[in-house]
Write a protein that binds this ligand. Structure first.
Ligand SMILES: Nc1nc2c(ncn2[C@@H]2O[C@H](COP(=O)(O)OP(=O)(O)OP(=O)(O)O)[C@@H](O)[C@H]2O)c(=O)[nH]1
Length: 851
């Protein structure tokens, strides 16, 4: 500062326009050199050692302020550019637009609060990040907000408090300024309502807000480049706003009335802006005013202003061009530095409040002057209006009018009460109350009859002039600075919240992946093993069942005639006996088959359970299998053996002899003899009867022997008959068993049935095995998908963490830069003199200093 303000022993002449162009504009080529300074005289660098007139000193101070103003303006413009202005050729190089673009791809989390976890609120001014950084330790970290979409309001109500650290307190969620979502639903606050909205809805609301703020920032940039200043005069109905305007003009231009009268916004401008013609341009609702296009307004003479603005619904805005009769250094409109216009707003009532509030928020409004009647103090609507305006403008100029209506004794009390109200509504304004809050009586100024009231008004006027002119940095740049800081702070909060979200999300996904990946890989690796095991089980069961059936059935068949199966009731029922024996034997075989089927059923049931256990073991609850009903196995029409095996009973079934040894006898001696022989031989023994016969022949001689033959044959026949009859109960089973065995062997009955039973087992076991296989398939697909999605999410979260980390850094950096811009006016004359004094002192104290 010293070198800039006090180069010693030489006075250089620097043109302010040159000085201004030396500073990087920050807008590239699009911005012309500083136009504010162009109509200022060449600047002489101040040297306190030189004797200057008061006027010159003031002029120098004014130039220095102008330079500081330009530097701040340029720095602010550059910050706006970095924050929100598209750059060519990299349109996304500003981080707000990049954030907006990102928000459409990866919907940002919007901090929301959960009612039951409300924590003590923090001071409004404290930023979220600061709060976070200042927290004592991880245990007291604020909780990560729930993703706006994942929790419904109902769910919230049932949620139990968690020990998770909180990231956003309700206060912080409420503290969003620029990017606060405008939501209203019953008793819920916007931040609470965010919980009930879909992620995409929140993202698109946020998108809209970002677009709005970019637009607003661009308008602010345009505004800070603009050299004119607008002063909005607003306040309660009948507070004396029009009277106050007239007092500033020292002319009764605007209609004053005891009845509420102003119904349109009246903007008072210097007539020079209208070719020195005093007139009124009345603009109809919806028209875009262009002074050079008469179709956009109706022209009236000045003396008809009252008719236009009093109880007139035709016009909502009126431009009043007037000559300011006062000299340049006193005039408000024609002050030689900056073009000022005064806007007299309709009194605030419920109808107009919204319009005025919108008006006050407009970026071209540099200063809001709030006029309040001393006897009324601030009404509720006034408080709401000022609170909102202060949010952006930071400073509000407050005129407590009609102070003459307060009796002497009550004046102090009134001042105290009003200042207390101001402190609550706008702390910044209260801090500078000396300059920004004035108690006056505007009605006494135009006539100038009451000198003390005029003097009070002049103090106000000087403060207002200085506020608008010399402290333009504050009035003009502060809204941009405040807005930018608010936006950056919101971006910072969102970036921080989202970064933390991404970190937590990443941690959660990694944990999840650590759990599901090995399970997935294990599932993939055991799938074949389990499938093979299943096949093995099925084949094992089939082989076992086959073997069991084969042994069982063939054992039964081979032992059919081991013991009588039917009781023999005598020769008279020989045929019935044979038939019953046949049926019983076939039944035995059938029973053996059924026993094999039962065995197979038991084995299958066991295997179904063992396959199911494999499923539960590897797939858990994901294993779904069909219910197994063992009784349904082999339930189809059984093989009716007595129908398939055709055995006709014949005479030989009742006789049994060894064909190999008796065949020749049957051929040579005829059937009866054979039977007799067989019977006799069986009766006496084969060896002995031949031997006996020979011996008898020899002994008796041939003749005698001849006589004996007939009785012998009769005897033999009787013996044979007896034998046949007595052997029949055994011969029939033997013969039938042989016949059945032969026929079953021809049919390959044992193998066919054993194979049938085994195949049935295979078929039945295929169902649980298929269930298991498809369970594996489903499980692998499901887990594979989860793993794939998890990996993708992890990648996204990593990118989001990186992106929001950068955004946080950028926003923080930019916020620091902007907050360091000192817009406060300084008394540069005093500063320069102090620095000069210090330099002289140092020179005096230094024995080696050059003289
Ligand atoms: N005693 C006193 N009366 C004042 C003062 N200023 C204005 N008035 C009177 O208050 C009444 C309203 O003044 P206006 O200037 O029309 O008030 P306004 O706020 O512009 O009214 P609207 O635009 O209708 O809201 C008029 O009768 C003024 O004469 C003041 O300082 N002291």
């Amino acid at each position: 500062m010293a070198s800039q303000y006090a180069p010693r022993h030489q006075a250089r002449s620097v043109s302010p326009s040159v000085a201004a162009t030396r500073v990087d504009s920050g807008y590239g080529d699009s911005v012309s050199s500083v136009s504010d300074s162009e109509h200022l005289p060449p600047m002489t660098i101040f040297d306190p050692s030189q004797q200057r007139s008061e006027h010159e000193r003031k002029q120098w101070a004014s130039h220095v302020n102008q330079l500081t103003y330009n530097q701040n303006r340029i720095a602010l413009g550059r910050s706006i550019n970095h924050t929100a202005v598209p750059h060519i050729p990299k349109p996304e190089s500003n981080f707000v637009q990049e954030f907006q673009r990102k928000n459409t791809q990866w919907p940002a989390h919007y901090p929301s609060v959960q009612r039951q976890h409300a924590t003590p609120s923090l001071p409004r001014s404290q930023t979220f990040i600061d709060e976070y950084n200042n927290l004592p330790g991880p245990s007291s970290r604020p909780q990560i907000p729930k993703r706006a979409t994942t929790t419904s309001l109902d769910e919230q109500a049932t949620q139990k408090p968690t020990s998770e650290p909180r990231l956003v307190t309700p206060q912080i969620a409420e503290d969003f300024n620029v990017l606060k979502l405008d939501l209203k639903l019953g008793a819920l606050s916007p931040s609470e309502l965010v919980h009930s909205l879909e992620k995409s809805s929140v993202a698109s609301l946020l998108d809209g807000k970002i677009s709005q703020s970019i637009k607003h920032l661009l308008a602010l940039r345009e505004r800070i480049e603009d050299t004119s200043s607008k002063v909005l005069i607003t306040g309660d109905v009948n507070a004396g706003k029009s009277t106050f305007c007239n007092a500033l003009l020292r002319r009764r231009v605007l209609p004053e009335d005891q009845q509420p009268c102003t119904s349109a916004f009246c903007e008072v401008l210097d007539a020079r802006e209208n070719g020195d013609v005093e007139e009124v341009h009345a603009i109809k609702e919806g028209m875009n005013y262009d002074r050079h296009d008469e179709s956009t307004y109706d022209v009236y003479p000045l003396d008809q202003l009252e008719d236009i603005v009093v109880d007139n619904d035709d016009y909502h805005q009126v431009k009043v061009y007037v000559d300011d009769v006062r000299p340049v250094d006193e005039s408000f409109l024609r002050n030689g530095v900056v073009d000022i216009s005064l806007i007299d707003a309709p009194g605030l009532n419920t109808d107009s409040m919204k319009t005025t509030a919108v008006f006050a928020r407009q970026e071209e409004i540099d200063v809001v002057v709030y006029v309040v009647a001393a006897e009324n103090h601030f009404t509720l609507s006034a408080k709401e209006f000022i609170w909102n305006a202060a949010n952006e403008k930071a400073y509000i100029f407050i005129v407590v009018n009609r102070f003459d209506n307060i009796r002497n004794k009550g004046k102090e009390k009134c001042q105290k009460a009003i200042l207390e109200q101001v402190a609550a509504m706008s702390p910044q304004t209260y801090k500078d109350a000396q300059e920004l809050v004035h108690f006056v009586s505007s009605n006494a100024v135009v006539d100038g009859k009451d000198a003390s009231k005029v003097k009070d008004f002049e103090v106000l006027e000087e403060a207002l002039r200085s506020f608008v002119l010399e402290k333009r940095a504050r009035s003009k740049l502060a809204p941009a600075k405040t807005y930018l800081l608010n936006l950056l702070s919101d971006i910072e909060t969102l970036a921080f919240v989202n970064k933390e979200m991404a970190v937590n999300e990443l941690e959660r996904i990694r944990k999840e992946l650590d759990e599901i990946s090995p399970a997935y890989e294990r599932l993939v690796s055991v799938r074949q093993e389990v499938s093979d095991e299943c096949d093995k089980t099925i084949e094992g069961v089939a082989a076992d069942v086959y073997k069991h059936a084969r042994n069982g059935i063939s054992g039964t068949i081979s032992s059919l005639d081991d013991r009588p199966v039917v009781t023999y009731s005598g020769i008279l029922d020989a045929f019935g006996y044979a038939e019953a024996t046949k049926q019983a034997m076939l039944q035995l075989v059938q029973t053996a088959v059924t026993a094999s089927e039962n065995y197979a059923r038991t084995k299958t049931t066991e295997s179904v359970s063992s396959i199911a256990s494999l499923g539960v073991l590897h797939l858990g609850t994901d294993y779904v299998h069909r219910a197994f009903r063992p009784e349904f196995m082999f339930s189809r029409k059984r093989d009716q053996l007595n129908k398939t095996v055709k055995i006709e009973l014949d005479f030989t079934d009742f006789l049994d002899f060894d064909f190999n040894s008796q065949e020749s006898l049957i051929a040579g001696g005829g059937m009866s003899l054979t039977l007799a022989t067989v019977a006799t031989s069986q009766f006496m023994g084969v060896g002995s009867w031949i031997d006996g016969l020979w011996k008898v022949g020899n002994l008796l001689g041939f003749r005698n022997a001849k006589k004996l033959i007939i009785p012998a044959v009769v005897l033999a026949a009787a013996g044979t008959g007896y034998y046949i009859l007595s052997d029949l109960p055994k011969a029939v089973p033997r013969k039938l068993a042989k016949k059945i065995r032969k026929q079953l062997a021809d049919m390959d009955y044992v193998h066919v049935n054993a194979e049938r039973i085994a195949n049935q087992c295979r078929k039945v076991l295929k169902f649980p095995s298929e269930d298991l296989r498809s369970g594996f398939q489903r499980g692998i697909e499901k887990q594979g998908k989860a793993v794939k999605e998890g990996r993708q999410k992890a990648k996204d979260s990593e990118m989001a963490e990186k992106y929001f980390g950068n955004l946080l850094r950028n926003a923080k950096q930019q916020r620091t830069t902007v907050s360091e811009l000192d817009l406060e006016p300084h008394n540069v004359l005093e500063q320069a003199q102090e620095e000069q004094a210090q330099t002289s002192q140092t020179q005096l104290e230094n024995p080696f200093a050059e003289i």
